[in-house]
Design a protein around this ligand. Sequence first.
Ligand SMILES: NC(=O)c1ccc[n+]([C@@H]2O[C@H](COP(=O)([O-])OP(=O)(O)OC[C@H]3O[C@@H](n4cnc5c(N)ncnc54)[C@H](O)[C@@H]3O)[C@@H](O)[C@H]2O)c1
Length: 255
Amino acid sequence: MPLLQNHIAVVTGAGSGIGRAIAKGYAGEGARVVLLDMNDKAAADVVSEIRDAGGKAESFALDVTKRDDCVAMATQVADKVGKVSILVNNAGIARRNGMLGAAEAVINDWEDIIAINLTGVFNVTHAFLEPLRAAKGRIVNIGSIQSFVHLRTPSSPAYTASKHGVLGFTKALAAELGKDGVRVNAIGPGFIETPLNEKMRAANPALVQVFMDHTPLGRPGKPEDIVGPAIFLASDLSAYVSGTIVMVDGGYRTI
Ligand SMILES: NC(=O)c1ccc[n+]([C@@H]2O[C@H](COP(=O)([O-])OP(=O)(O)OC[C@H]3O[C@@H](n4cnc5c(N)ncnc54)[C@H](O)[C@@H]3O)[C@@H](O)[C@H]2O)c1
């Protein structure tokens, strides 16, 4: 039997990159997937790909920073799709700026990144808590190597703080919801080639090399590299796994 048969899985930021790959992977394992993205056209395109491959999916436009919209979305999904049992908090942005730039830009980065990468995770989780608790559901949050360390290049204190926050939130939620049978885990991707870092890869090959110098497996990751661990954490294969982070980083933190 497919590993996610009879599950309804919500994936945020599912119109691109890692979220797109996870949505397609979950559909391939039998889940009905609800793709939420502020880029509704991109999410709708992924829905078409999933349906063309014989999977079940629908998409809705959602900005995860808008708390009331997240609550309304949970109601809409319950009415139109059904009882959600898996939530992947994936929507996120990255900006590789330091703390010493122009004050306005530094403050903008902080506000935008924390609003999307951290408060967005809270907003969507809070909105979908009821069905997730009722289903003894599974929550998978997308962290980063920056859930642990700053990069080996000077950059992005806001992003680093947001991803440390995602890991802390994952542990706190796992501790609180375990008694309801809800498992909460994170995935920590390393350097994964997606639209998020497309410009940086083109403009700054030296920075890519810094990542590769610290990646024993010697290659950047692809969105598909995240899919197996994401299926594992959402399925019964990980029935006794909660409150942890699965690093999918080619070994980045070892050297
Ligand atoms: N690519 C990497 O190397 C890497 C490494 C570690 C962690 N991550 C994390 O993985 C996640 C996905 O990143 P990606 O590389 O696939 O990026 P991506 O840019 O390819 O996709 C991100 C998606 O999130 C959506 N999104 C952005 N803001 C949103 C909002 N406010 N509300 C709803 N949707 C929103 C975008 O429209 C886009 O479809 C992010 O949380 C990112 O921080 C990525």
